[in-house]
Design a protein around this ligand. Structure first.
Ligand code: CP
Ligand code: NVA
Length: 306
């Protein structure tokens, strides 16, 4: 069986905890893992820009003893220059794993169908599982048991939000999402996780008030109002989302020791203010660093299993 990492939905609760603990162990004992990818080559195929995810998988591969080759957006042109199935079968003959960042989530699925090597989702329009796995690592590191936390996600119900929903549906826990009407999680996503939520006992609240969501929260999480690929909607979204900003007032409603998270890049003055981003509750750069340890855990999983 090829161990792909495409959606958190494919993982059980014990497996997600194994991945979190593996990332924490890699963070504490990097030398133990320095040869896991010895002689292996990982290809990165990105249709969109990236700072953190590219760094996490490139540096992570090198720290695990392997080599990484990066293809930039203009080089990839999945399905345009040649069929995805042809790219997939070619890539499988050169690389030992493929890390993809795409627009259409279907492109990753189509690629994986024909791939004989593990495929890792480095963000699609639909989800961002490696980000949320890293964020769970950060929450565990700072706060312990994630299932006991009250998480408030304020902003657009986008790819990051969807993976957050997947994670909490599987793990159980308390997740509140505050988004404007029309920008709330898709019904299909909620239907898909309903069985899982029943089994885990997760509490998922969907609100239209950022204030209500923030009350008593242990974690305040936000992401950009306009994701990559939605640039034409930027002005419209700026108006619609203006009340969904993490600012001092919203922070004041959360627990005193709450942590503020943002997957980054941040649009300061939009979804988060400078003062919150630079304030004592902000953990955004630890969060960014943990992407590295988590990418390494995902690679170890893909090559060796957990
Ligand atoms: N958070 C995140 O995925 O950042 P990049 O887009 O810079 O990779
Ligand atoms: N929702 C954002 C996440 C960036 C890491 C985007 O897709 O652009």
């Amino acid at each position: 069986m090829i161990r792909h990492f495409i959606s958190l939905k494919s993982f059980s609760k014990p497996d997600i905890y194994k991945l979190i603990n593996l990332a924490l162990d890699i963070k504490r004992n990097p030398a133990r893992y320095k040869d896991v990818l010895c002689g292996k080559c990982v290809g990165l195929f990105f249709e969109k820009p990236s700072l953190r995810t590219k760094a996490a998988f490139c540096v992570g591969t090198v720290q695990l003893g392997g080599q990484a080759v990066y293809y930039a957006p203009e080089e990839v042109q999945l399905g345009k220059r040649e069929a995805i199935s042809d790219v997939s079968r070619t890539v499988s003959r050169f690389f030992d794993a493929a890390v993809f960042r795409t627009f259409a989530h279907e492109s990753i699925l189509e690629f994986a169908k024909m791939s004989s090597v593990p495929v890792i989702n480095a963000l699609s329009d639909a989800m961002h599982p490696s980000q949320i796995l890293g964020d769970l690592v950060t929450m565990c590191e700072l706060k312990g048991d994630v299932e006991k936390l009250k998480i408030a996600y304020i902003g657009d119900s986008n790819n990051v939000c969807t993976s957050l929903i997947h994670a909490f549906a599987i793990l159980g826990g308390n997740l509140t999402i505050a988004s404007p009407k029309g920008y709330q999680p898709d019904k299909k996503i909620l239907e898909e996780i309903s069985e899982c939520t029943k089994n885990s006992g997760a509490k998922l609240n969907i609100l239209t008030s950022a204030e209500e969501a923030a009350k008593g929260a242990d974690v305040l999480y936000t992401d950009v109002w306009t994701s990559m690929g939605q640039e034409k909607e930027k002005a419209k979204r700026k108006k619609i989302f203006s009340k969904f900003q993490i600012n001092d007032k919203i922070l004041g409603l959360a627990k005193k020791d709450c942590i503020v998270m943002h997957c980054l890049p941040a649009h300061r003055g939009e979804e988060i203010t400078d003062s919150v981003m630079e304030g004592k509750n902000s953990q955004v750069f630890l969060q960014a660093e943990n992407r590295l340890h988590t990418a390494k855990a995902i690679l170890v999983y893909a090559f060796k299993g957990i």
